[in-house]
Design a protein around this ligand. Structure first.
Ligand SMILES: *Cc1c(COP(=O)(O)O)cnc(C)c1O
Length: 380
């Protein structure tokens, strides 16, 4: 059983995907064209964003969003110490400096109560991240931002479908992003991403920055103004083949999310109370709960992962090294012990298989193997 696969989903959707991809070939433009415009409309409808701007990855979405929100060289950005590395590298790529903060052990997201006053006072942005199956507490983040005059930008790369107080992830501050990396909840067949924002000026800047800084040939939402290059931009446009695949997959996204929730409930019933598993994710059915990843914690994480691998069950460690201890941030001078909650999560967290293609029997098999490992019994 692989950690992730969408072979069955693709088989089921193939007629829809094929006709979308055929249209891309008929159009013959392939990049930044009609299907991308359609996907942007569909994403805006799905999330409730006033603007959804398609780009080539979640990482570039973060870089362009930070720049469009007025990040100046050297600006400090509060980010959690526990996340995918692109959360912090995107800040550097945009010209800023990440300032790490510890996380809340329940949500794995930035915990505003743990942000030192001095760090908040020296920063200009705060970038919470929504990881695995829950959102950061955006009311608390907004309060922190208000107290220190910080601009809020969300790394909502994993957050499609998550809503807090009725507002989709990415739309609680100046804007957010989506990643469509193949293994994400809504995955493409390669790299793709999007920026979400309600602010027209931010949207227009992102639209120019993804296309060499040109304000000329952009999509329908920003009809040709001129063909001059006012700002030095990036080439971060989205491919239409990715957009065609994503449009097809968007039609089954809610069904997919419900299936993931059902599998998470099954994991919860089978694993709760098992000795050796020190933490299971909350399964409450709250609107901000969307299971991108089902993550458990155990004292013997690496041994459990090895045992499951021997039995043909794939797992992943998210994220095995906290960001403040990554070699690329050594110059910031952090030491083990600086962010204990983030470090504990990095040492103990293991993601089990969770995707729409899995059957209940697959999940039972994973749970039997986990139980056998922790009780010392071999599954029948
Ligand atoms: C996936 C991810 C990204 C980066 O997205 P890509 O599309 O892979 O560039 C950024 N932040 C988080 C939290 C992610 O999970």
């Amino acid at each position: 059983m692989p950690f992730f696969s969408q072979a069955k989903t693709f088989e089921k959707l193939w007629p829809v995907i094929r006709s979308g991809v055929e249209e891309v070939f008929e159009d013959g433009k392939f990049s930044h064209s009609r299907q991308v415009g359609r996907l942007e409309d569909a994403l805006a409808r799905y999330t409730g964003a006033r603007h959804a701007i398609g780009v080539n990855s979640g990482t570039d979405a973060l870089v362009l969003l930070l720049k469009a929100c007025g990040l100046r060289p050297g600006d400090r950005v509060l980010v959690p110490a526990y996340s995918f590395v692109a959360t912090a590298t995107s800040v550097v790529l945009a010209g800023g400096e990440p300032v790490f903060t510890d996380i809340d052990p329940d949500t794995y997201a930035m915990d505003p109560a743990r942000v030192p006053r001095q760090a908040a006072e020296g920063a200009r942005f705060v970038m919470p991240v929504h990881l695995f199956s829950r959102m950061a507490d955006m009311a608390a983040v907004t309060t922190l931002a208000g107290a220190h005059g910080l601009r809020v930008v969300e790394d909502s790369a994993e957050g499609i479908g998550m809503r807090q107080h009725g507002v989709h992830a990415g739309l609680h501050g100046r804007g957010g992003v989506l990643s469509f990396f193949p293994s994400k909840t809504l995955g493409a067949v390669g790299d793709a991403g999007a920026v979400l924002t309600d602010d027209p000026q931010t949207a227009e800047r992102v639209a120019a920055l993804r296309h060499h800084g040109r304000t000329g040939r952009t999509l329908a939402h920003f009809p040709g103004i001129s063909n001059e290059t006012r700002h030095v931009g990036h080439n971060s446009k989205m491919d239409d083949i990715q957009a065609a695949v994503l449009l097809a997959k968007l039609t089954v996204l809610d069904e997919d999310i419900r299936r993931r929730a059902a599998l998470a409930r099954l994991y919860d019933r089978r694993l709760r109370g098992l000795p050796g598993i020190t933490r299971l994710p909350a399964v409450t059915g709250a609107p901000d709960e969307v299971f991108y990843v089902y993550l458990v914690e155990t004292d013997r994480r690496d041994a459990l992962a090895a045992r499951l691998r021997d039995q043909g069950i794939g797992t992943e460690t998210y994220y095995p090294r906290p960001l403040h201890l990554q070699p690329c941030f050594a110059r910031l001078g952090h030491r083990p012990g600086d962010f204990p909650v983030a470090e504990a999560a990095s040492a103990r967290a293991l993601a089990l298989p969770l995707y729409a293609d899995l059957t209940d029997a697959d999940v039972e098999r994973v749970c039997d193997a986990v139980r056998a490992f922790h009780t010392g019994r071999v599954p029948a």
